[in-house]
Write a protein that binds this ligand. Structure first.
Ligand code: DC
Length: 238
């Protein structure tokens, strides 16, 4: 593939459907910048937990919003672990934002319109400030809202059993003890909130290409998307 030709790839999809694994592999292979928008929602959930927003009245969220106006996010490539690290206010919070507590609260944060507005603006700024580099950006509203002009939109899905089992294996590696049934319940709950929220719900963009991880393993997903990127770049040259 001609590494000098770069595009913006938008990946949306259900929780635990393999979006970030796929995005990181593409980013490594093609040296694209990876923007993980879920990490941004997660870091706001982390901040809300630290500020006790959930223990007070969630509808007092207006007191919390001003903290977010100048919030500082950064992504940095971790050469040792070969993955992207996420920094909130200069602190590496990559592990904290994947904790169970954050995972359980993040969908509640992601449905608040003021928070979505702030992050929408930040995500568009991130993309607009990157020049001459390929970008891969994943989330729930990328193809429909954040970057509808993207020429390559991927929508990732998978059966609830495949996604739950995937997550169960990840959690076991971390040494946590949640049962498969608990994880499945949590994924179904998050899907329900993501699909049904009023603002920017998770919805397959009509011009996206669906990748179902029930039938395609990670290697095949990667091969398929690399092929789609290549086709996209060649069609632009014509
Ligand atoms: O992809 P993830 O599991 O890290 O996302 C965490 C949560 O944030 C998930 O509940 C959906 C929400 N989210 C969102 O609403 N919009 C995005 N662009 C990214 C994530």
């Amino acid at each position: 593939m001609n590494q000098n030709q770069k595009i913006i790839v938008a990946i949306d999809g259900y929780s635990s459907s393999g979006k970030s694994t796929l995005a990181q592999e593409i980013s490594k292979k093609l040296k694209y910048i990876y923007i993980d928008t879920g990490a941004m929602y997660r870091s706001i959930a982390l901040l809300a937990i630290q500020k006790n927003v959930f223990n007070s009245d969630l509808w007092n969220i207006t007191n919390f919003i001003p903290f977010l106006r100048n919030i500082d996010f950064q992504f940095q490539w971790n050469k040792t672990l070969n993955k992207t690290d996420f920094f909130l206010k200069k602190k590496n919070v990559q592990d904290e934002i994947r904790s169970k507590e954050v995972t359980n609260k993040v969908s509640l944060i992601a449905r608040i319109p003021e928070i979505r507005d702030i992050l929408t603006m930040k995500q568009r700024n991130f993309v607009n400030n990157i020049h001459n580099k390929g970008i891969i950006i994943d989330g729930r509203d990328i193809g429909n809202i954040i970057f509808p002009q993207s020429k390559l939109k991927i929508f990732m899905t998978g059966s609830i059993e495949t996604r739950s089992y995937r997550r169960y294996q990840e959690i076991q590696k971390k040494g946590e003890l949640d049962s498969y049934e608990e994880i499945k319940k949590n994924i179904l709950y998050r899907d329900m909130i993501d699909i049904s929220r009023q603002i920017s719900p998770l919805k397959k963009p009509i011009d996206s290409i669906e990748i179902d991880n029930t039938s395609l393993n990670p290697e095949k997903q990667l091969t398929r998307v690399l092929q789609l990127i290549e086709e996209n770049i060649s069609s632009k040259k014509k």
